[in-house]
Design a protein around this ligand. Structure first.
Ligand code: 25A
Ligand code: L14
Length: 334
């Protein structure tokens, strides 16, 4: 595919806007670009590569002349429109959770399993943000010594929920400082100056859907059913960037210096780890960086072969929009 026609579905959302920025920054070779959303946003004008585009209402016919459809409009929109996209010969790259665990749909992080793209039948899924940043950082270690078990706790930004949640954090913070009464709307409890161990819905096993996404998606992307993963996902009052404390049980011993060397050489990773200079990755630093930042790399002496890491990335970019566009780049071979 030389040049192609691209549609962005959910163009006005937190992730959709970032997709437009990234198409521009990476000079993605689109021929025609179509911005799609709901009636609510129709008519909004957005600028990409110096051209103005008017947002249109998404209909099945929207995909008539499209080659690649980038979706970030939630699972319901993705499920409702998938057949319409595929039957018109376009490839759907979907940011929602709708098809991630479908056996017919490859689940792709280009640094980890780009070879699986070839197996697509019209739909390619983009993993959950917390899973993407974790597997990018763990793949070089996995390839070197193997990973038997992963224990992860996340520190996730409110932008994962969307723009309303970002507004709620800012407004609530002002109210708390001004000693005004607050009424949580987006989250079930106060998010300002607080931490909520609850992301997405609870399942019968008392884990949340976000936690089970990390368990199941990691196995699928790493193509390893035996890797053990257990997760606790926590929302913190940060606007952009997810942090993860990760404890690994490895197949064989790995020194911290060797882990750092492997990670320094890995694509898509930047090591930020110098305790002498108080240097470690933070969410603020991740906002302006497309790499997955890794620091606090230390051996866990309590097991035969263990390692601890702190992993941070911009959830709207590598966790969503950037990974989607990297998949599109692989697809067109650019
Ligand atoms: O179902 P899931 O998979 O769990 O995903 C749920 C949500 O998570 C986000 C994404 O929200 C999604 O809706 N998301 C998905 N993947 C993500 C990821 N990897 C992720 N977040 C982080 N990481 P979002 O806010 O990013 O994007 C929503 C966009 O989708 C458009 N949309 C919704 N339904 C659609 C659709 N487009 C086409 N067809 C459909 N059926 C949505 O467009 C938005 O662009 P919009 O027209 O609704 O415009 C949003 C504008 O309207 C404002 N707004 C939002 N809610 C209200 C509102 N205004 C008034 N009243 C409201 N209730 C917003 O501020 C915005 O400007
Ligand atoms: O599965 O709320 O892609 O931080 C991304 C955002 C799940 C929830 C996904 C959040 C969603 C997540």
């Amino acid at each position: 595919m030389e040049r192609c026609n691209v549609a962005v579905v959910g163009a006005t959302g937190a992730v959709g806007r970032e997709m437009l920025n990234i198409l521009e920054e990476r000079e993605f070779p689109f021929d025609h670009l179509k911005l799609l959303a709901t009636e609510r946003s129709a008519g909004t004008v957005m600028t990409v590569k110096g051209e103005d585009y008017e947002v249109e209402v998404t209909t099945p016919e929207s995909f008539e002349d499209i080659d690649i459809a980038l979706f970030s409009a939630g699972s319901t929109a993705s499920k409702n429109l998938a057949d319409e996209v595929v039957k018109r010969g376009a490839v759907m790259i979907d940011n929602s959770s709708a098809f991630r665990m479908d056996d017919e749909v490859p689940l792709i992080v280009p640094e980890v399993n780009s070879e699986d793209i070839a197996e697509h039948n019209g739909i390619i899924a983009n993993p959950n943000c917390s899973t993407i940043q974790m597997v990018v950082a763990l793949k070089p270690i996995y390839d070197k010594v193997g990973i038997k078990r992963i224990v992860v706790s996340t520190y996730q930004a409110v932008s994962g929920t969307g723009k309303d949640a970002m507004d709620e954090l800012i407004e609530q913070s002002k109210k708390v400082l001004d000693k005004e009464e607050i009424n949580p709307e987006v989250y079930p409890q106060q998010i300002a100056f607080n931490a909520l161990p609850h992301i997405d819905v609870f399942f019968d096993n008392d884990y949340t859907k976000e936690e089970m996404k990390m368990v199941n998606e990691t196995k699928k992307i790493m193509n390893d059913d035996f890797i053990k993963v257990t997760a606790t996902t926590v929302r913190i009052p940060v606007l952009i960037g997810h942090g993860e404390s990760v404890n690994l049980e490895l197949g064989s011993k790995l020194e911290a210096a060797e882990a750092k060397r492997l990670l320094r050489e890995a694509k898509g990773v930047r090591v930020v780890d110098n305790p002498d200079e108080l240097s470690y990755p933070t969410q603020i630093e991740s906002e302006e960086d497309d790499d997955v930042l890794v620091g606090r790399i230390r051996v866990d002496e309590t097991v035969e072969a263990g390692l601890n890491l702190w992993i941070v990335a911009n959830n709207l970019r590598k966790g969503a929009a950037l990974n989607t566009i990297q998949i599109a780049e692989e697809l067109i071979g650019s």
